[in-house]
Design a protein around this ligand. Structure first.
Ligand code: ZN
Length: 120
């Protein structure tokens, strides 16, 4: 049985605890907050100063990323860097951009062959 008080308390988690729970660096949490990946609130406490709390439901989605090519939601350790669910879709996306005349930072440089680096 859960009472309302406990339920509300568990909605917001201190961000240092979130970092531990997700096993990511504290700075990653900061980046995700800035990128809007995590919902947060800042609570000012007397004597302690500012404390940042993360909304649990957004924490649970922290590793979700959406594939730019097919729109599928997938889980990854580096969601801020992963834009594709698989390397095939990464290449499909870049090929599509190229055919439209766009360039992209992930595209191999002139004279450079696709390497492991690009497929990682
Ligand atoms: Zn995909």
């Amino acid at each position: 049985m859960t009472c309302k008080h406990n339920k509300e308390k568990s909605l917001w988690i201190p961000q240092d605890e979130v970092a531990k729970l997700l096993n990511v660096h504290f700075n990653t949490i900061k980046q995700w907050r800035k990128a809007g990946r995590l919902k947060f609130k800042i609570v000012r406490q007397k004597g302690i100063g500012k404390k940042v709390f993360i909304l649990r439901s957004s924490m649970e989605r922290a590793f979700d990323s959406k594939c730019l090519f097919c729109g599928i939601i997938f889980q990854t350790r580096r969601p801020e860097k992963a834009d594709f669910c698989c390397t095939k879709h990464r290449w499909n996306w870049f090929n599509r951009l190229r055919s439209k005349g766009y360039s992209h930072r992930g595209r191999p440089q002139k004279g450079e062959k696709p390497s492991k680096k690009h497929l990682a």
